[in-house]
Design a protein around this ligand. Structure first.
Ligand SMILES: NC(=O)c1ccc[n+]([C@@H]2O[C@H](COP(=O)([O-])OP(=O)(O)OC[C@H]3O[C@@H](n4cnc5c(N)ncnc54)[C@H](OP(=O)(O)O)[C@@H]3O)[C@@H](O)[C@H]2O)c1
Length: 335
């Protein structure tokens, strides 16, 4: 079978196409024929060698979707023919996040899914509803579950509240879609006006160009009558967090998710405690959260926003497209 391997960490050209023996499912495992894979910003930073816990060579990418073709001894949860997507953390099925449950993640400390066939833990699979294509299903395990976890189990989002989404990448477009699905108002930022117009078509209420308006927290306050938003899904990190704190309502919630500005954000506890903010780090989520999210998406058939689909042979071009920052939503590779 064919797979990509990360053999060195010299940036977005580090993936090599290799021939490997097809794996056989062991006890408790399912063999999945992968049909589509989606990219996350994490896959890009992993190629730069700054991600902890990597053992090379590594099959990259956490997010895929495919069909079960065989199961190992003792597996009853899934059967050949089932359409599935893996969970980012193969052993976090439900309950609270613990260090053990998040110790190993696909495409990081354990091999990922950019491969024709993968053996996965049968407990680490979510069943995909029929109305989602493999390309759409492949967008969900990391970015969508992260947005869902931050908004719902962690954030306790209520209809009528206001959510701030930063930029128009994978996590933020799912944030916009899920917040709208649950009856919330969304303010979204972007570096590009045409992307803001696309976000408006998806239901965004407030649009801010963070390049033209560098003090965008003031614009958020103006759009919320001086109050600030109830929830911020913080994907920027150190470069955006102080502005996010200023843009959040007293008693509001900030989900610490990303580091797009180069470093993770460290909250200034004086500022966050004087406003009684809940500042909580989000780390993707459990299989139960994935399944709850699929049920909510099924109500209105919420379709993931796919920016572009690349063939398997052009996987490196797909990664370079992500690096360019030109995308809106998710980038997918067919396998
Ligand atoms: N903690 C977790 O569990 C978790 C899970 C998933 C992702 N993450 C992290 O979350 C971040 C986003 O991941 P992703 O996969 O959604 O990335 P992505 O799809 O590559 O999104 C990148 C987009 O973010 C926007 N952006 C860049 N710099 C920005 C800034 N200074 N302010 C506001 N927006 C900015 C840009 O949107 P415009 O082009 O519209 O400007 C850019 O296109 C990454 O840091 C990733 O590592 C963390």
């Amino acid at each position: 079978m064919q797979a990509y391997e990360l053999q060195h960490t010299t940036g977005s050209s580090s993936w090599s196409l290799v021939e490997k023996p097809q794996p056989q499912p062991g006890p408790g495992q399912a063999l999945v024929r992968i049909h589509a894979v989606s990219l996350n910003y994490r896959d890009l930073i992993i190629t730069r060698g700054t991600y902890p816990g990597l053992k090379l060579p590594l099959i990259p990418c956490s997010d895929g979707a495919g069909q079960v073709v065989a199961v190992g001894p003792g597996v009853t949860r899934v059967k050949p023919g089932d359409r599935v997507a893996p969970t980012f953390f193969q052993v976090w099925t439900d309950g609270e996040r613990t260090p053990e449950r998040v110790a190993h993640a696909l495409g990081g400390s354990i091999p990922g899914v950019l491969s024709e066939y993968v053996c996965l833990d049968a407990e680490g699979l979510a069943l995909l509803p029929d109305w989602l294509s493999y390309e759409e299903g492949a967008t969900l395990p990391c970015a969508a579950v992260t947005a869902w976890n931050a908004l719902v189990p962690q954030g306790g989002l209520k209809a009528g509240q206001t959510v701030l989404a930063q930029g128009t990448g994978g996590v933020s477009i799912f944030t916009l879609q899920f917040a709208r699905l649950l009856g919330a108002r969304v303010i979204i930022t972007s570096s590009q006006d045409d992307k803001l117009q696309r976000a408006k078509q998806l239901g965004a209420d407030g649009l801010i160009n963070y390049c033209q308006t560098p003090d965008w927290e003031q614009a958020v306050l103006t759009l919320t009558g001086g109050q600030g938003v109830d929830h911020v899904l913080e994907v920027g990190g150190a470069g955006t967090l102080p502005r996010s704190v200023a843009a959040t309502k007293a008693g509001g919630h900030i989900a610490l998710i990303g580091l797009l500005t180069g470093a993770p954000g460290k909250p200034d506890t004086r500022a966050t405690s004087s406003k009684h903010l809940r500042v909580i780090s989000t780390y993707v989520g459990s299989r139960e959260m994935f399944e709850d999210m699929l049920k909510a998406m099924s109500r209105e058939k919420t379709r993931p926003v796919i920016d572009r689909v690349f063939p398997f042979a052009q996987a490196r071009e797909a990664l370079r497209h992500m690096e360019s920052g030109g995308h809106f939503g998710k980038i997918v590779i067919t396998v």
